[in-house]
Write a protein that binds this ligand. Structure first.
Ligand code: NDP
Length: 330
């Protein structure tokens, strides 16, 4: 039974030496416990923040202890009245092949309703992030222009498609021509910009959004954020979801100050974490599942095979190697 521990707190970009594989005995469940076998592991950009020993909305990982993230596991043995062998559960669990749990915080998932991995993406944390961030903060109205960064990723690809469901014009920014093809064909975006091959991002955004931007859903931060902000309309809503371009920075980033833009254009800018909407998760999942069933929503996954490849799959997020949700299949 292998576990993956955090070995070092990375400075700058993490690498494989920050993780350690540790062999331990396969545990046995006690009374009121279940034995779980890991099936799918979600690797997410926010895990980088938990590697830093700093106060945040979620506690940091401890050194020499297993990393935790969203995991789908199968119940192999149960001494718990609410679970039986063969059930599948979703929860914040440790990066271990096998572990025991008292069942707290676990939700059962049905493999007949959707593929198991979907509960980590489109019907899980990233789908809900897109849905609540866009609807509650972005508040898009038909005919408005939405710009989303990280547009081919797990959150961004859903934001763009929801924007089309809400009858908006949607423009996405992503890091390769293949990703731009994907968002404009499979996901129905109206236009896309490859930030890696575009020199003047401010001009490119202006050209792609001739009516300006009413909702800016930002997943990346950094200089792309500045270029988009320069094109926002009066009364725009700016949804601060993520800032992956800044997660590995060793110094606090600086850039153009946007406060005069916000004041002059009466712009609302708000950050959020998806956990704010916990009490409404079931409602959000039902909405997303309904659109999926009606073929209004489509999703991509990048599935990496093998428990031992989990750290590399996480690192690959920072190189944009995924389209849609990055998941490890055990
Ligand atoms: P993604 O599936 O979008 O994967 C990350 C993507 O980020 C990569 O594929 C890559 O795509 C892009 N990227 C990596 N480095 C950079 C960079 N330096 N500049 C610009 N783009 C970069 O991940 P998620 O959908 O899971 O998360 C997207 C964002 O949303 C993250 O910032 C994450 O932290 C945040 N988030 C926030 C939540 C909340 O509750 N607020 C919840 C979930 C996620 P490319 O090829 O286009 O560069």
């Amino acid at each position: 039974n292998t576990a993956i521990h955090l070995q070092n707190r990375p400075t700058g970009r993490p690498d494989l030496s920050d993780f350690k594989f540790v062999e331990e005995e396969k545990p046995t469940p006690g009374e009121g416990e279940i034995l779980l076998e890991t099936k799918y592991i979600s690797v997410d950009p926010y895990l980088r923040g938990r590697m830093v020993d700093a106060k945040s909305y979620i506690p940091p990982f401890e050194l020499n202890k297993p990393i935790t993230s969203g995991i789908i596991a199968e119940v192999k043995e149960s001494k718990h009245p609410d679970f039986k062998a063969g059930d599948f559960v979703n929860g914040m669990l440790a990066w271990k092949e096998f572990q025991v749990s008292d069942g707290k915080g676990l939700t059962k998932v049905d493999p007949d309703q959707a593929p198991l991995s979907a509960y980590l993406g489109i019907l899980g944390m990233t789908g809900l992030t897109a849905y609540f961030g866009l609807t509650d903060i972005g508040k898009p109205k038909a005919g408005e222009t939405i710009l989303v960064t990280g547009a081919a990723g797990a959150v961004g690809s859903v934001v763009g498609q929801l924007g089309k469901i809400f009858e908006c014009k949607v423009v996405g920014i992503a890091g390769s021509d293949d990703k731009i093809d994907l968002i404009t064909s499979d996901f129905g975006f109206d236009a896309g910009i490859n930030y890696k091959t575009t020199d003047d991002m401010k001009a490119a955004v202006e050209e792609a959004c001739p009516d300006g931007i009413d909702v800016f859903f930002d997943n990346v931060g950094g200089s792309i954020f500045d270029a988009v902000m320069a094109n926002t309309n009066r009364g725009a809503r700016v949804v601060l979801c993520g800032a992956i371009a800044d997660y590995n920075k060793t110094e606090t980033p600086t850039g153009p100050r946007v406060n005069t833009t916000l004041i002059k254009n009466s712009i609302l800018m708000q950050g959020f974490t998806v956990g704010n909407y916990q009490s409404e998760f079931q409602k959000g999942i039902q909405k997303l599942a309904g659109w999926l069933k009606d073929d209004k929503l489509n999703y991509e996954e990048t599935i990496v095979e093998g428990f031992k490849n989990t750290p590399q799959a996480f690192l690959d997020l920072f190189d944009g190697k995924n389209t849609g949700k990055m998941v490890v299949k055990i």
